[in-house]
Design a protein around this ligand. Structure first.
Ligand code: DX5
Ligand code: ZN
Length: 215
């Protein structure tokens, strides 16, 4: 059974309390919170202040996905805001190992995300140091995009790498996850499914979460 992490980016921001209540009463495991800076990605979303509000609205695990440059400047602020996991992008970190050390020393789980063009091989020397690998299955920046099929092959490669080294790293697939493609994604080795549009644009979000959970 996969961990289901709905992305609040696709929620109605005028009715966030309603979205949180729905999630809290649903079978969703995590809150997936997408932070964008308008530099690393061509969009701006929200920062630590909003994460803090989500923290107060739930006891569920808060998975914060930073799509920002210089994440070291904000790691402490996100810790204070209540993040359980902080994910940084490999492509945004010149000294990725230092970023990982910083996040762990602040007492959070650490994730690393890679864009669709980044090969899984690039992770080989840091896999043992992280808790989560976020494989982007769309180009980050927007919800509601189509799943890039090659991500399935990357998921299988990553799964093989993790199994060969006997590591405890979760594979999270982020972008374009639907009820139709989720079975193949799980089959390829995913542990965590992020779902934005599939959940929040559906007629019955809680039922959609439940359907994802039952796959
Ligand atoms: C994309 C974000 C995703 C996105 C997922 O930049 O990291 O978390 O919101 O949304 P869907 O599931 O709609 O692709
Ligand atoms: Zn995300």
């Amino acid at each position: 059974m996969a961990i289901i992490a709905p992305s609040l980016l696709s929620a109605d921001f005028l009715n966030l309390q309603q979205a949180c209540t729905m999630l809290n009463n649903s079978r969703a495991d995590w809150y997936h919170l997408d932070v964008m800076d308008g530099r690393f990605v061509p969009n701006i979303s929200f920062g630590p202040m909003i994460v803090e509000f989500f923290r107060k609205a739930t006891t569920k695990y808060c998975d914060v996905h930073l799509m920002i440059e210089e994440p070291e400047k904000f790691a402490e602020a996100f810790k204070k805001a209540g993040a359980d996991n902080l994910t940084v992008h490999l492509e945004a970190c010149t000294h990725l190992h230092r970023n990982i050390q910083q996040i762990k020393s602040l007492g959070m789980h650490c994730g690393v995300a890679i864009n669709p063009h980044t090969p899984v091989d690039a992770l080989k020397d840091i896999l043992a140091d992280i808790d989560l690998l976020c494989l982007m299955s769309v180009n980050p920046g927007f919800g509601g995009q189509s799943f890039i099929e090659h991500s399935l092959q990357k998921t299988r490669e990553l799964k093989a790498l993790i199994t060969a080294k006997n590591l405890n790293v979760k594979i999270e697939i982020d972008g374009g996850v639907t009820l139709q493609n989720a079975p193949a994604i799980i089959e390829a080795g995913a542990d965590v499914l992020v779902a934005g549009n599939t959940v929040f644009k559906s007629a019955d979000p809680a039922a959609t979460i439940s359907a994802l959970k039952d796959l």
